[in-house]
Write a protein that binds this ligand. Structure first.
Ligand code: AMP
Length: 415
């Protein structure tokens, strides 16, 4: 079913959203992008005359009740965004009465799904290597099904609008869909947009296709890097990964972040890029610091010759220019992961150079997709989010979708 064609009038809709918003120490929301992202879906349901049951996770409470991660903290913000009162169910697995009492146009927000281990479906208190793990896993999967059925029992129709968790087979993101027939389950508008953006990148690639992968480590990005190698013309690898590549090629990286057990992997990536004719662009110079601090002393040095006691925290000027030259001529662009420790104002230049070049390429007709929490934080920090083609709410989900994997959250609905 397609959300546009569905009439929610008189129906109770349970909607999985991603309201895992960042909070400050007083519980105030510091970035409400995710709440705003879900509004088109939530508003459509209310406008049609449906009643709304909103469910989400927040943080990692690991299957235990923890007030620090209570969705009660964001109830008022959700009410304000929707322009209507929001009721709160303090126990998501015991909300049948509250759901049954909802009238058309009314909204119920369920407490954090991850206060129950059944949401993620991972056995608690037992390691994979322990005896009895397989039995514990089976038992938890059965409990997960029951938990999903309980959530499903609150509503007539299920909508999944949580792209950020679509790569997880959790109770609320996938298992719950089994309780609804094909006419009463669908993707929300945000999910549809995200899936479409990935499709734009993969199905109709305008060349050159340039991917920029940054962040701290090679190990967490290796799957997508290898996969992209079959698709892109240019692959820029930046951020902390730079130093694993530099060391692998015989460089001295000082205190820079470096994965010593991934040096062979780095050489392998360089070799594969050559074989496949991919233009691999790595940092050549960096801004090195004498401490991991915004106020550290800095100097620009070669990535291959970082002095003892210093660490590369951002791309240097020569590198920034090389990155920009490649990005500006691209017609399809994917950016995931910063080029430096952008959280420190003095180490934003690399990420800013990338963001600005992406904006210029987009102006010249490129399709640009920025995804993953930190690159999104970058474009927001630089005030450039509205000047790229699409900013994804997904990190892991986006990368898995681009790798060509079918996301469980999408498969549960589309089959
Ligand atoms: P990831 O979670 O792997 O996408 O990495 C994002 C993090 O990488 C951000 O918090 C950045 O501060 C960090 N990062 C980027 N460049 C460096 C670097 N040269 N040294 C240490 N951390 C870095």
């Amino acid at each position: 079913m397609n959300i546009d064609n569905y009439n929610f009038n008189g129906k109770k809709a349970i909607v999985r959203v991603d309201f895992n918003v960042p909070l400050d120490e007083n519980g105030n929301i510091t970035d409400d992008t995710r709440i705003r992202g879900a509004l088109p879906t939530l508003e459509k349901i209310l406008k049609d005359g449906g009643s709304l049951i909103i469910m989400s996770h927040m943080g990692k409470p690991k299957g235990k009740v923890n007030p620090k991660f209570s969705l009660g903290q964001i109830k008022d913000a959700v009410a304000k965004a929707l322009g209507t009162d929001v009721k709160f169910a303090p126990d998501c697995a015991n909300a049948a009465e509250a759901a049954a009492n909802l009238k058309p146009g009314e909204v119920l927000l369920l407490e954090n799904l991850r206060f129950y281990p059944e949401e993620e479906g991972k056995p608690v208190g037992i390691e994979k290597t322990d005896a009895g793990y397989e039995d514990a896993k089976k038992e938890m999967k059965a409990r997960q099904k029951d938990f999903a059925k309980t959530l499903a029992s609150y509503a007539d129709v299920y909508v999944n609008d949580a792209f950020g968790t679509a790569h997880r087979k959790h109770a609320s993101t996938a298992v719950i869909a089994d309780s609804f027939d094909a006419d009463n389950k669908m993707l929300g508008y945000l999910m549809e947009k995200e899936v479409q953006a990935v499709d734009n990148i993969l199905s109709d690639i305008k060349r050159p296709f340039t991917a920029i992968m940054g962040g701290s480590k090679v190990s967490t990005k290796i799957g997508i890097i290898e996969n992209l190698m079959d698709k892109v013309d240019n692959l820029i690898l930046c951020g902390g990964m730079t130093y694993t590549f530099a060391k692998a090629q015989g460089g001295k990286v000082g205190l820079s972040i470096c994965e010593d057990d991934k040096l062979d992997l780095a050489l392998d990536i360089i070799r594969k890029a050559k074989e496949k004719g991919v233009n691999l662009v790595l940092g050549t110079d960096c801004v090195a610091a004498d401490a991991f601090s915004n106020d550290a002393n800095t100097q620009v040095v070669s990535c291959m010759e970082i002095p003892d006691g210093w660490e590369g925290l951002d791309a240097g000027p020569e590198t920034r220019k090389a990155f920009q030259d490649v990005i500006k001529t691209a017609k399809t662009i994917l950016w995931n992961g910063p080029a430096g420790v952008f959280e420190f104002d003095n180490f934003t230049a690399g990420s800013r150079a990338i963001a600005e070049a992406i904006v210029e390429a987009t102006d010249n007709g490129a399709f640009s997709l920025v995804g993953g929490g930190d690159s999104v934080a970058c474009v927001n920090k630089f005030g450039l989010a509205d000047q790229v083609s699409y900013v994804s709410t997904g990190g892991g989900a986006l990368l898995e979708a681009i790798e060509g994997k079918v996301l469980p959250g999408v498969a549960a609905i589309k089959g």
